[in-house]
Design a protein around this ligand. Structure first.
Ligand SMILES: Nc1nc2c(ncn2[C@@H]2O[C@H](COP(=O)(O)OP(=O)(O)O)[C@@H](O)[C@H]2O)c(=O)[nH]1
Ligand SMILES: [Mg+2]
Length: 343
């Protein structure tokens, strides 16, 4: 069952909670930076039960929190998770770590937040939302005052590991629970890799990733004056990330141009040609590489484009359905012959 969030707004005069209309004109409030998501306790409880039936995992702590009337469904802390915190959660159900790599302001955080926002409407890409340990972090990122793309410098190894933050989604797909950890790592670390620093030191998360989404900023590609340089920098980042200590096969790589709503037809064509070359480079470095264009939060506040396809690729491939074979019917079982007996 899907969690049904009640909506409220940071602006007192917004009628979203009472009439479902967003003061800023966002459809159902989705994408509005002032939207607040409160999840009704009973709805959350049902969602959790349906997940528990899926994998047999019983998270008592979640249930205890959810059983309190009218609590927010987030659970621990306001911030994204650190690696050890994610590891603790990962032991309860199959998990995938998605490293979203890219420069400052390239659209990394928006990708994760908009994926989460799709679940406010209901199931997305055949997945049912089953909760998150980082709901408040998602909410904070939706607010305009967020400092998610901060530029302050941090230099020690300890802060590198501290900086490997993960956003969490607990999903139910094909009757199975899946934890998805999507990184929210500052662009500064990736810029250091572009400038020649080792990925093993800068991005300790890289070696743990099941999938890396290398984000290239569509805004810089939309400008003739900056697009060549942006592509060269993406090539350098790809090179740095695929050095020893970086992403390792079987980790896959997706080259994703973000903000594709800003690309005109001619530029899109050029971008696709460049992506093709970059993809060849990824394959040469021994990593399965694919490409995509995505507009997670278009400027015109339209629907996200390409987000579902990208999200689908973040998930493990669906398990093939195996048709049972009954070549020789066992004769000693009564039920097997039941139709004959009845006829
Ligand atoms: N036009 C457009 N802008 C976007 C899109 N995705 C993100 N942005 C904007 O790009 C800026 C940087 O995004 P953010 O996710 O914070 O970048 P990060 O530093 O890589 O995490 C923000 O102002 C976003 O609103 C998109 O699909 N289209
Ligand atoms: Mg960010």
């Amino acid at each position: 069952m899907t969690v049904a969030p009640a909506r409220s707004c940071l602006q007192n005069n917004c009628p979203i909670a009472t009439e479902g209309e967003c003061l800023e004109g966002f459809e159902n409030g989705l994408g509005c930076p002032n939207l607040q998501m409160n999840v009704d306790a009973s709805a959350g409880d049902s969602a959790d039960q349906s997940l528990d039936r899926g994998d047999g995992v019983n998270e008592d702590e979640d249930d205890a929190v959810l059983s309190r009337p009218q609590t927010l469904v987030n659970i621990r802390g306001d911030a994204a998770l650190t690696l050890p915190e994610a590891e603790e959660l990962a032991s309860a159900a199959p998990s995938r770590v998605i490293l979203v790599a890219g420069e400052f302001e390239s659209g990394k955080t928006t990708l994760a937040v908009q994926i989460y926002a799709q679940f406010l409407r209901g199931p997305f890409a055949d997945c049912i939302f089953g909760g998150s340990r980082t709901l408040r972090a998602f909410d904070v990122f939706q607010q305009p005052s967020r400092a998610s793309s901060g530029r302050e410098r941090s230099t020690t190894r300890a802060t590198r590991e501290e900086g490997m933050r993960l956003l969490h989604l607990r999903l139910l797909r094909q009757g199975r629970v899946q934890n998805l950890f999507i990184s929210d790592v500052r662009g500064e670390y990736f810029e250091n890799v572009i400038d020649g620093a080792g990925a093993d030191a800068e991005i300790p998360l890289a070696a743990r990733a099941d999938l890396c989404v290398l984000v290239i900023d569509g805004r810089t590609l939309s400008d003739l004056a900056t697009r060549q340089n942006a592509m060269s920098r993406a090539r350098l980042l790809l090179g740095g990330l695929t050095e020893p200590g970086g992403i390792q096969s079987p980790c896959r790589l997706i080259l994703a141009v973000t903000k594709s709503d800003l690309l005109d037809e001619e530029t899109s064509k050029w971008v696709k040609e460049q992506l093709h070359k970059l993809r060849t480079r990824g394959e040469e470095r021994g990593v399965h590489t694919s490409t995509t264009l995505v507009a997670a939060r278009p400027d015109d506040i339209g629907q996200a484009q390409g987000l579902e396809q990208l999200f689908d690729r973040m998930l493990p491939a669906p398990e093939p359905f195996i048709q049972p074979q009954f070549d020789a019917a066992p004769k000693d079982r009564v039920f097997w012959n039941l139709p004959k007996v009845l006829s």
